[in-house]
Design a protein around this ligand. Structure first.
Ligand code: HMG
Ligand code: MG
Length: 303
């Protein structure tokens, strides 16, 4: 019997593919999702309803979401979500019948401008009608906060600012706040300190960790956040991707690596490590480059 459990939010199809130069077809993405579901994935992002001029990789999100919801209509069992930056995106998402979206804000002004072409304050103003419409239509909203541990343009980001903005997302009705290390700069001391401050103002069950693995610190940071009480983590199969508006951001921590670590701690993720590694082997030739996952490369030890 496992000692505990964590929820893994698979973001490979969104955060992963949004920053890959190989653009997978709708069919390839759907096949990937089917394999992820067969490996136990229950909570996943399908894509993003953002401007295709800004992120062309996400242009098929509507087509893909339609397919996914047709095959997996039970959204209480299969938690599909899409990223939405504004009311235009929300309208598109709602046309698919999806019952969960994610809004995203930044903790630094420059990153906000580069990512969504507006100030932090303007982004929160845009969220207000989104939250209202979502509530009216019983759509759950997750909130992302980016560059919480460091910004590629401004450097250090004050903890106080991150806590204040995360609290604001929570107060406006986001059911979960994902704390992003967008460019993978965080270290364990920072993670410990920030999550301890966050949990004073937001219940720890409502916080998630979103670590990019740019400097190889993601697993250590996840473990540290776990020790503080965080039980929800975002990851990408194979360690795909990054954020196109964060220079130097590589992929998210790989799902296989996270699951391997938690398996070793006897913490249940609900995911099958062998099936995840098989997905990695299937996916790699399609992406035209080696995937960054370590466990995905070699699998688990079998003698
Ligand atoms: P803008 O150019 O300021 O928008 O972009 P606008 O309102 O001036 O509209 C310009 C044109 O875009 C118009 O079309 C709109 O209709 C259209 P035109 O009249 O020129 O033909 N438009 C849209 N089209 C499709 N979907 C929409 C949409 N909105 C407007 N939703 C905007 C503002 C927010 C749209 C743009 O900046 C954008 O799409 N940014 C996307 C940024 C993004 O996707 N970044 C990556 C995801 S965030 C991330 O990765 C971080 C995360 O993983 C956490 C972490 O790691 O920290 C979540
Ligand atoms: Mg990200």
């Amino acid at each position: 019997m496992a000692k505990g459990k964590v929820k893994i939010v698979e973001v490979g199809l969104r955060d992963g593919l949004q920053n890959e130069s190989t653009v997978l077809s709708t069919h390839q993405r759907f096949e990937l999702l089917e394999k992820l579901i067969a490996a136990g994935t229950k909570t996943f992002e399908v894509g993003a309803f953002v401007s295709p001029k800004w992120v062309p990789q996400m242009a098929v999100s509507k087509e893909l979401t339609d397919l996914v919801l047709k095959k997996y209509p039970d959204q209480k069992k299969f938690h599909s979500s899409v990223l939405v930056p504004n009311e235009v995106g929300l309208k598109g998402a709602m046309e698919t019948g999806i019952k969960e979206i994610a809004i995203f804000a930044s903790s630094s002004e420059t990153f906000s401008q580069k990512n969504i072409n507006c100030s932090i304050e303007e982004s929160f103003q845009r969220f207000e009608p989104i939250m209202k419409i979502a509530k009216k239509n019983k759509i759950k909203v997750r909130g992302y906060l980016s560059v919480c541990f460091g910004c590629p343009f401004e450097g250090d980001v004050p903890e106080k600012k991150v806590v204040e903005l995360a609290k604001r997302l929570y107060k406006m009705g986001c059911y979960e706040i994902s704390i992003g290390d967008t460019i993978g700069v965080a270290t364990v001391n920072q993670v410990d300190s920030l999550f301890k401050k966050l949990k004073k103002v937001i219940p720890i069950t409502k916080l998630a960790g979103h670590f990019h693995d740019t400097r190889g610190q993601a697993l250590a940071n996840i473990l540290e956040a776990y020790k503080v009480g965080v039980r929800v983590f975002d990851s990408s199969i194979g360690g795909l991707g990054g954020c196109p508006y964060a220079k130097g951001a590589t992929g998210n921590v790989a799902t296989e690596d996270v699951v391997y670590m938690f398996n070793g701690m006897d913490v249940n993720t609900g995911l099958d490590i062998d099936k995840l590694c098989a997905i990695n082997r299937w996916l790699e030739p399609q992406m035209n480059h080696a995937l960054s996952s370590r466990v995905g490369k070699v699998g688990v030890l079998k003698v």
